[in-house]
Design a protein around this ligand. Sequence first.
Ligand code: SF4
Length: 265
Amino acid sequence: MDKERVKELAENPQFIKGIYNYCDRWCERCPLTSRCLNFALGSEEFADPESRDITNKLFWQKLSETFQVTLDLLKEAAEREGIDLDSLDIEELAEEEAFNEEAAKNHECCRAAKVYGEMVDDWFDSARDLFEQKEDEVNLNVLLEIPDVSPLGQGGFEEAVQVVRWYQHQIYVKLMRAIRGDLEEKPKILDEFPSDSDGSAKVALIAIDRSIAAWGEIRNYYPLPDRDILNLLVHLDRLRRKVEKVFPGAREFIRPGFDKIHLNG
Ligand code: SF4
């Protein structure tokens, strides 16, 4: 895809500007794929199955083309905004970024999110038997045609596992972005502008909410009182409350498309 095609798509009013900045990247489940430029670009660029195969030459060729188009568009945007890319003090910027990265990693929210990711892995490692048993049960239910009465619908247990797995590391990633963004924004942003860090924190909060619901669902299926799931729930709930405290504006942040219909971006 050349940069003219990217620009043509970007100008299409069907797409909601910036919708992909505050989503959970779960495109298979996204109700707004038709309004997302990122999705359209990906579908067009990687339509050929070979271009999605990391072991295929076409995949790397497409990636290299995307890199070139991105650089070209960056140069154009920099020119338009009067930014001299050559004049940037790389060393000073790198130092500031490294400092913010370290500060974000050490922030209690990020540390707790990281621990959560590890707790999830530990739980799944220890629950191998349950999964084997569940697989047998599902097969038996199919044989006996027993309907699934879970509030998550058919296959509620599997659904809940998918939700937990999808958000397991995303909570950390989004919180890192939120904290880093907060450190960068603080000196520059005026209070009346919605902040990107609030948007990222909101995505993390939604991921936490959904993970709590999913763990509740898994717990219903677990045959014995499970202390580990309770610990996970307590950990997530504490993290949720902490994030709300650190980012008091996050819940109110309007995510383009998801919280408000944008007719033309
Ligand atoms: S907005 Fe939806 S379609 Fe676009 S990247 Fe996010 S999840 Fe995928």
